[in-house]
Design a protein around this ligand. Sequence first.
Ligand code: NDP
Length: 340
Amino acid sequence: MPDARTLIVPSADVERLLPMPACIDLMADALAATVRGDAVQPLRQMLKLPGGRNAFGVMPAVLGGADGSNAIGAKIITVFPGNDATPYDSHIGVVLYFEDTSGRMLAIIDASSVTAIRTAAVSGLATRLLAVAHACDLAIIGAGMQAMTHLEAMLAVRPITRVRSWSRTAARSAAFARRAQQRFGVTVEVCESAESAVRGAQVVCTVTAAREPVLLGEWLSPGVHVNAVGACVPTARELDTRAVVQSRLFVDRRESAMAEAGDVLIPCREGAIDESHVLGELGAVVTGTVRGREHDDDRTLFKSLGLAVEDVAAARFIYERALADGSGTWMTIGGLRPAD
Ligand code: NDP
């Protein structure tokens, strides 16, 4: 009997099926495959919605696998930054996952949870590759969904003993600290300014929807590693020019960074750097073709934009694990020819 069923995987299952340490390794494999040329992914399509603040995004990719099969998929999401003041996530949608022999749609997976976990996992990978080995002092700027998964990712890759947090709304930082204590047993110091959170930190994550710098280079100590995760359009940035100029800069994908990353493009437009300041893609650091940190007192910076291959790699992993443990709900949407 032909099988045209599709597995629906909700967020609670994603959180169980995609644990952070496994996702960090998965992202290493996906980004290495990308730099080896085993992936196809155009730049994402982000449609600005009326009013200019919100967007609708489509992110397709095909990712080769070790067994020769291709994972085919796309993330389809709305991005509503103002949702941080509502019960809704700021990124809502699905990851669609297809197989490559019949084109069957295998799974429809919650995208909010995939995005939260895979983005932090990529930052975890960057931190594993680029931060000093003994880094224990962490600052997180922003206190939304990404802040929590970034805390989890940083705890997974470095021996973190101190965590400082700053967010625009003090109450949100305080709520983040409470949840972090409950979830990870970690004490988070809520700071009154981004500067007081960042001074002396060895790892800094910026995970805000800010459009103007929330992190200044003058606050960053030698030896720091920064994951810059918000600001995914050419006109917005979280870091000032100095923070970028003084750092060894790595990106998830050069083509995306030079098209979408205000943190890179604004200093370029100012003439402070040019494209050669981007030393390479994270996948090339994984494969060893680009050198990461060279000296303990280098400042390293990973600019993350988020790639469709990350979502598709996560979808394949989640689908295979869901099959193995019976998670999710099957439904038939279509895809079978009518019987003759
Ligand atoms: P949330 O909506 O959950 O949280 C947003 C955070 O940004 C809140 O802490 C909020 O502060 C803060 N913020 C919003 N506006 C400003 C501002 N003008 N100045 C300073 N802080 C501000 O979002 P997420 O955690 O899901 O995402 C965080 C960022 O990461 C977003 O920009 C998102 O687009 C980006 N992102 C990047 C991905 C990637 O792959 N690189 C993937 C997914 C998201 P407060 O609530 O305290 O007011």
